[in-house]
Write a protein that binds this ligand. Structure first.
Ligand SMILES: Cc1ncc(COP(=O)(O)O)c(C=O)c1O
Length: 449
């Protein structure tokens, strides 16, 4: 069967198969319906692994035997150096050196130090990012600060289908500010027309958590600025996955998490970016002592600190920061363009393989077929997605489910191999062909999906 089954997966995109074009180009030929890929084989994928320049990075991560981990878009795998580093922090820095470590081990500067490293990954300058708090809390601070700068305006533009916490945080903030602001909810195709002179803030997620569609940060930011609005970008699904150039795009604020593609560990501290040009006017309501001009003077009254320190609040989770730093350090050693290239190819191959092996089972595709319009995940739709994913997980293929009908498969080029993509789809095909997903236990909803 060929990937001419491109029509077998339902899609909103134009009918075409965007198969990888290089090493396996010999297997493609054109028809009036687009490019059709002849049968892929496991050997094709193994060949790609043998040539893969990123392959050695897999050794730096702990990937359990028998697991094909396709959920690094939700929780990144553990760098082997992270457990060693965390032990060092607990045993030596905390256990032995105790409180002296705030100075001796530079704990106090960790948010700035790690922020500067993250800056290199996402196109920011030193002093524009701190690693701190959660994405949600950072979003609260960023939108508050942007609203304070644009205090004569009342509209926030957001994508209604965004990860809900972004909407909830904005709604909570509006309530807190006495309902003087409104959210203008739109979807991706109407974002540009929703930006007008009433807009204070355009707060969007670069890569959509469910579908993986990618927004054009530069174009949207330019449109926002043309109308005097500020931008807040949520980079949860892009930092460490795709090349981001915050300053090149003239972005104003950005937030993102540490536990996905930065491999910082469960609940890792997040980060917040504020472009230097806004630092003079920067104010946010969580004015804890770490954002004070001189925290160790212990004065009664708040005096605002300098630069990006204004985005800090209080004492930071040092152990978590130390694990995050290990993940971030790995990322600073990798060419993000190589990561992107491999992840696009993996996504294309995944789609082609699903079409080849699972074309008859009623899957749809919720992600853009064009890899340039997609982040580092492919989302399939199916009415039995939850049970299918549970059956896959029990067979070692770990992705996740997003209600009501999406199975997400993430591509993390540092520790996922091409052959894993082939094997995962093989297992998916087995789960479907043998109706394994029908087993009742796979239908029992767990708290976390
Ligand atoms: C786009 C986006 N924003 C925010 C979050 C979560 O934010 P927090 O780390 O505050 O729970 C997620 C979680 O997956 C997300 O996908």
């Amino acid at each position: 069967m060929s990937c001419g089954a491109s029509s077998a997966l339902n899609t909103n995109n134009a009918r075409r198969c965007l198969c990888p074009q290089d090493e396996i180009q010999k297997k493609t030929y054109s028809t009036s319906g687009g490019i059709i890929m002849a049968d892929l084989t496991r050997e094709d994928f193994l060949k790609l692994d043998r040539k893969d320049q990123l392959a050695p990075f897999r050794e730096e991560f702990y990937v359990p035997e028998g697991v094909i981990y396709m959920d690094g878009n939700s929780l990144g795998a553990m760098p082997k150096a992270a457990s060693k580093r965390v032990r060092e922090v607990t045993d030596r820095e905390w256990g032995h050196d105790l409180i002296k470590s705030w100075n001796m081990a530079d704990w106090f500067n960790a948010p700035r130090r790690i922020g500067d490293k993250i800056a290199k990954i996402i196109g920011a300058e030193e002093g524009e990012i701190v690693a701190t708090d959660s994405t949600g809390i950072n979003l609260f601070k960023a939108i508050s600060a942007a609203l304070a700068i644009n205090s004569d305006r009342s509209v926030i533009v957001m994508e209604g289908s965004n990860f809900p916490t972004d909407n909830y945080i904005a709604q909570g903030l509006i309530e807190f500010l006495g309902r003087q602001h409104q959210i203008r909810f739109v979807e991706k195709d109407s974002i540009m027309e929703a930006i007008d002179d009433n807009v204070a803030v355009v707060s969007l997620t670069d890569v959509h958590y469910k579908t993986g569609h990618l927004l054009d940060m530069k174009v949207i930011t330019a449109k926002a600025h043309q109308h005097g609005a500020l931008t807040v970008w949520d980079l949860c699904h892009s930092a460490g996955a795709i090349p981001i150039d915050l300053n090149g795009a003239n972005a104003d604020f950005a937030v993102g998490c540490g536990y996905k593609y930065l491999n910082g560990g469960p609940g890792a501290p997040a980060f917040i970016f504020v472009a230097k040009r806004h630092h003079g006017k920067l104010k946010q309501p969580l004015t804890g002592w770490w954002s004070h001009r001189s925290p160790f003077d212990f004065t009664r009254d708040y005096e605002i600190g300098e630069g990006i320190n204004r985005m800090l609040c209080g004492t930071q989770p040092v152990i978590s920061l130390s694990a995050l730093e290990v993940g971030v350090d790995i990322m600073t050693r990798v060419d993000i363009h190589k990561i992107r290239q491999k992840s696009k190819k993996m996504g294309d191959l995944f789609i082609a393989s699903v079409e080849q092996k699972c074309g008859d089972y009623g899957f749809g595709i919720a992600s853009p077929r064009n890899a340039d319009e997609r982040g580092s995940q492919v989302s399939l739709t199916h009415e039995n997605s939850y049970a299918i994913m549970q059956a896959l997980i029990e067979r070692g293929v770990i992705g996740d489910f997003r209600a009501p009908e999406i199975t997400r498969f993430g591509f993390t080029p540092l520790y996922l191999r091409y052959v894993d993509v082939w094997d995962a789809v093989d297992i998916l095909s087995d789960v479907m062909a043998n109706e394994i997903w029908k087993v009742p236990k796979y239908h029992v909803r767990m708290a976390v999906t």
